[in-house]
Structures are given as structure tokens and as C-alpha cells.
Design a binder for this molecule. Structure first.
Ligand SMILES: CC(C)(COP(=O)(O)OP(=O)(O)OC[C@H]1O[C@@H](n2cnc3c(N)ncnc32)[C@H](O)[C@@H]1OP(=O)(O)O)[C@@H](O)C(=O)NCCC(=O)NCCS
Length: 179
């Protein structure tokens, strides 16, 4: 994976009804460590990273690269949206495409925040990458993520085995919305 590279970055603040999407700042460091150390968040993502290692290695401003959005609710970070180039993707259909990822703190699950934030990020990508499709890979066992992908309008390209589990590759394009 590599960042989106050519896009103008950082973008202007993206505001939704309840949330703000923005680039990471130093004040997000503790929330990033919480997110990356959470076993619950990483159930389907290969497991969390050790907290002490994160405390030592996380830079002052974490995850600062084009395509990395902090999702903020009431002034505090509740999650991260990642838009990257799937440069090394193992499925040819996804290789080189913009790839969506999302991680939210467990206390923010179940309120529709992820759906609201991802829809806004896809709206941004539709403009920033002028009509390019977006791909998403998730384990089929990750029910919340599968529901979110469907809600956002991703449609199945294929299922495949990797990392010891069944994976779902979905694709979204701005045209899908008006079909
Ligand atoms: C995947 C993940 C982001 C989903 O979060 P989520 O909060 O369940 O997702 P949503 O934003 O779609 O909200 C879900 C629920 O909020 C409910 N909800 C409550 N209030 C709502 C509101 N005002 N508006 C919309 N939905 C609302 C909805 O009913 C919805 O439930 P449903 O899907 O059963 O209908 C979250 O589980 C997570 O961070 N997981 C760990 C990381 C991960 O696995 N990422 C995937 C790899 S890319």
C-alpha cells in the first residue's frame, strides 16, 4: 500500500451532520495508540500491536500522510479512515486502485458514525480522484464491516482466501450511486 500521492493534501475540513474529517494532529496521539492497541478493533485485522511498543514508536503526529483522515466527534478523535493505493494487492482487480479502510474505537460503534464518515470520504475521493473507483477488502466474518461496505454501495467483485480467512473484495464507483 502507498498513499494517494498526487492528491492535494491536506484537504479543507470535511464536515458532516455530526462529524469532522481532517488530517491527523499531535493531539490525536493517545487516541491513535488506543485504536492500534485495541484487541477488539483488530479481531479481523491480524491482531493489535503491543501498547508499550506503540508508546515508544508512535511519532508526535501519527499517521500523517495523504489519504489518512481522523474522524472527530465533539472535538475528539473516534476513528481513522484510510484511503491508499493498493499497489501490492494480491487480487489483480484491486491492484493500483484507491483502497478504503476504516478503524473506529469500540465505544463509537453502533451509532452510524462509520457510515457517515466513510460516505463523506467517498464524496471527497470522487472529486479528488475524478471518478476513479474505490476498492475495499474485508474478512467475510467481519459482519459489521460487511454491513458497512454494503451500506456504502460497495458491490462484490470476488471472495478469496488469504491470511487464513475468507476475504471479500468490493468495489465502489461514483457512477454506482446514480445507477
Ligand atoms: C467496521 C466498523 C467501522 C463498523 O462500525 P459500526 O459503528 O458498526 O458501523 P456503522 O457506522 O455502519 O453503524 C452501525 C450501526 O449504527 C446504528 N445506528 C445508530 N444510530 C444511527 C444513526 N443515527 N444513523 C445511522 N446508523 C445508526 C445502525 O443501525 C447500524 O447498525 P446496522 O448496521 O445493524 O443497521 C467497526 O466495527 C470497526 O471499527 N471495526 C474494527 C476495524 C475493522 O474491522 N475495520 C474493517 C477493515 S477495513
Amino acid at each position: 500500500m502507498s498513499d494517494l500521492g498526487t492528491v492535494a493534501w491536506p484537504p479543507a475540513l470535511i464536515k458532516t451532520e455530526r462529524l469532522v474529517l481532517r488530517e491527523p494532529e499531535a493531539r490525536d496521539r493517545a487516541a491513535f495508540i488506543e485504536l492500534l492497541a485495541s484487541p477488539e478493533v483488530h479481531t479481523y485485522l491480524g491482531g493489535p500491536r503491543p501498547r508499550d511498543e506503540l508508546e515508544r514508536k508512535t511519532p508526535e503526529v501519527p499517521e500523517q500522510w495523504p489519504g489518512s483522515f481522523v474522524v472527530e466527534l465533539g472535538g475528539a478523535m473516534i476513528g481513522q479512515i484510510l484511503l491508499r493505493r493498493a499497489t501490492g494487492h494480491r487480487r489483480p482487480a484491486a491492484a493500483g486502485k484507491a483502497d478504503l479502510g476504516y478503524l473506529f474505537l469500540p465505544r463509537a460503534w453502533g451509532f452510524g458514525y462509520a457510515a457517515e464518515a466513510c460516505a463523506a470520504a467517498l464524496g471527497w475521493v470522487a472529486g479528488a480522484l475524478s471518478g476513479e473507483p474505490v476498492v475495499l477488502t474485508t474478512q467475510t466474518a467481519n459482519v459489521g464491516s460487511m454491513r458497512l461496505a454494503a451500506k456504502l454501495g460497495f458491490t462484490e467483485v470476488e471472495r478469496f482466501e488469504a491470511w487464513g480467512a475468507e476475504q471479500w473484495l468490493g468495489m465502489w464507483s461514483p457512477a454506482t450511486l446514480s445507477d
